[in-house]
Design a protein around this ligand. Structure first.
Ligand code: SAM
Length: 229
């Protein structure tokens, strides 16, 4: 049984794809997608020995050695250009996901979908996608065991979901997520706003230098914008 989070990632993989799951740990995601017949083959990439061994073990247990190839290496180094159609990167911070994509850019020329599940700072991933001409085509936000997760799906083609007027806010909150405003979305941003309000209070107690006042003002504006949504 897969976590709700990873199952949601798997559901975004187009039928018949060749997948690379980077930072695969136990290779649960590629093994699940293969068992369900969603993918025809997979590469499970891992940079660390422990998780790499877990993936090798899992693939051996299921007897998927011919179909799920476990490879050790940093980020997209484990794949050759043209070897996969879809890449999943889940369970890491947004900055790390963006760094992995940036460092392996040349491997993406024949990839047509990215499914990314940042644990924090999804805005960094959205920003990387825009800068590199990927089109965000869908987003999910879910809560599992008290933790809120975001899933971003990007393709090569499609209409941009961003507006000119609200671009910065849409990058922060997610253009699809802020339209739907589901329970998890509201909970996540209420929590964030209450953290920001604590920081505002700290600014109030600090010496009111120009820099402190400027930062406080910026934060107040951000609070206002997010509360409005
Ligand atoms: N993807 C799985 C999931 O979502 O449940 C595992 C997430 S686990 C928290 C993150 C994994 O990414 C770790 O096993 C770690 O070794 C691996 N990782 C971190 N940086 C990596 C990199 N640059 N290249 C490949 N794997 C990496």
């Amino acid at each position: 049984i897969l976590s709700k989070r990873l199952e949601m990632v798997a559901n975004k993989i187009p039928q018949g794809s060749r997948l690379a799951d980077i930072g695969s740990d136990h290779a649960y995601l590629p093994c699940f997608a293969f068992r369900k017949g969603i993918i025809t083959s997979a590469i499970a990439g891992e940079v660390n020995e422990g998780p790499f061994q877990s993936a090798v073990e899992q693939v051996r247990k299921l007897n998927y050695q011919g179909d799920v190839s476990v490879r050790k290496g940093n980020g997209l180094q484990v794949i050759k250009t043209g070897e996969v159609d879809v890449i999943t990167i889940a369970g890491m911070g947004g900055p790390l996901i963006s760094n992995i994509l940036e460092a392996g850019k040349e491997k993406l020329s024949e990839v047509n979908r990215l499914i990314l599940q940042p644990n924090v700072a999804a805005n960094k991933v959205r920003h990387w996608l825009v800068k590199n001409n990927w089109v965000l085509i869908g987003e999910e936000i879910i809560e599992e065991d008290g933790v809120i997760y975001e899933i971003l799906v990007a393709d090569r083609q499609g209409a941009s979901p961003y507006s000119e007027e609200n671009y910065q806010l849409e990058i922060l909150l997610g253009p699809f997520l802020m339209k739907n405003r589901n329970k998890s979305f509201v909970k996540k941003w209420k929590n964030e706003v209450s953290e920001w309000k604590k920081i505002v209070k700290q600014f109030d107690r600090a010496k009111p230098t120009l820099e402190v006042l400027k930062k406080k003002q910026e934060l107040l504006e951000k609070i206002n914008e997010v509360e409005e949504v």
